[in-house]
Design a protein. Structure first.
Length: 333
């Protein structure tokens, strides 16, 4: 593995040049006027749920089935092994196998972002290299948080700088304080935005003022801000975000892509009406019922949801009925 890291580090500039030379799909809303991002992240990315069999093994056949259904939706790409992928419950071998499976099924014009964040810098680098070898286009690196009291701005800048230096693929920062108890400090984001191999952040905190400030403070850099939830997607676009990584896209992918389209066209009234219908379903499959709720809702829309890995428990019958009512009340069922 040490040899792989050294080799990847030496090849990184050449690999990045080849990857970033691909045609631009569309201008991200947070891209400075008159410039183009090196790798455009503009658009919607579903953070894929990992399908498990009844015995809680990764079900690759069902994963491929879901990918076939997603192929008709105009996503910019897919996120594998984000929070909704139950990545803490997967062994390193399983994580790499899932990325390989998705890469084989995903058209080359769609980006594959793979979660590679670990608690230590060394482990993060090793897993990032493995993800690149498995076919990921971008590494999504969550903040280390177990020793959160020691995760100062300086410590986090050092961590991400080391990862960015060693990674053979571009890196996107991932701040999800609801899960980690740690917001990536603004000072760290501004500093890391200057790194040539760190190209953006997925911010799931929902603080629109913070997101607007990120866009403003990094506007001279090749750096894009992604909304981490469908509940504040329109507001994020309004302050300059490029796209969204939204759990709800696993269920309502077409409507979220339509919301993205309306915002880019400046059709704000239509966008607002659609956003309003998405807020309650999004809350239901995120903060209220979490991944078990997301997987249950997927089944109603023709996807395989299946069980979660323990200790995540399935919804009770009463919770299932409440979840269904939420989608029905907003006109989705």
């Amino acid at each position: 593995m040490a040899f792989s890291i050294r080799l990847a580090s030496s090849l990184r500039p050449a690999l990045a040049a080849l990857r970033w030379a691909t045609p631009r799909q569309c201008r991200g809303l947070s891209t400075p006027q008159g410039s183009e991002p090196s790798l455009d992240l503009g658009g919607i990315f579903p953070p894929l749920a990992t399908p498990f069999s009844p015995s809680q093994e990764v079900d690759y056949a069902q994963l491929e089935g879901n990918l076939c259904r997603y192929a008709s939706i105009p996503f910019r790409g897919l996120v594998v092994l984000g929070s909704n992928g139950e990545y803490p419950y997967l062994a390193p071998r399983e994580r790499v196998e899932v990325v390989s499976c998705v890469r084989r099924a995903l058209p080359r014009d769609r980006l594959l972002l793979a979660g590679s964040g670990c608690e230590s810098t060394q482990a993060t680098i090793e897993l990032t290299v493995s993800m690149a070898e498995a076919g990921a286009d971008v590494a999504l690196v969550v903040t280390p948080c177990y020793y959160r009291g020691a995760m100062t701005t300086a410590a986090l800048v050092h961590h991400y700088t080391e990862v960015g230096d060693a990674s053979p693929i571009p890196v996107v920062l991932y701040s999800v304080p609801a899960n980690t108890g740690l917001d990536l400090p603004m000072e760290a984001v501004i500093t890391l935005a200057q790194h040539p191999n760190i190209i953006g952040i997925k911010d799931s905190g929902g603080d629109i003022t913070r997101m607007a400030l990120m866009v403003h403070k990094t506007r001279q850099e090749d750096f894009q801000v992604l909304a981490g939830s469908a509940g504040f997607l329109l507001a994020s676009y309004a302050v300059g975000a490029s796209g969204g990584v939204c759990a709800l896209a696993n269920v309502l992918g077409d409507p979220l892509c339509q919301l993205d389209h309306l915002c880019r066209k400046g059709q704000w009234q239509e966008a607002r009406d659609l956003q309003h219908r998405l807020i309650e379903p999004n809350m239901a499959v995120t903060r209220r019922f979490g991944i078990p709720g997301l997987k249950k809702a997927m089944e109603w829309f023709g996807y395989y949801g299946g069980p979660c890995r323990a200790p995540l428990a399935p919804l009770s019958p009463a919770q299932v009925e409440e979840l269904r009512s939420t989608f029905s009340a907003n006109g989705w069922l």
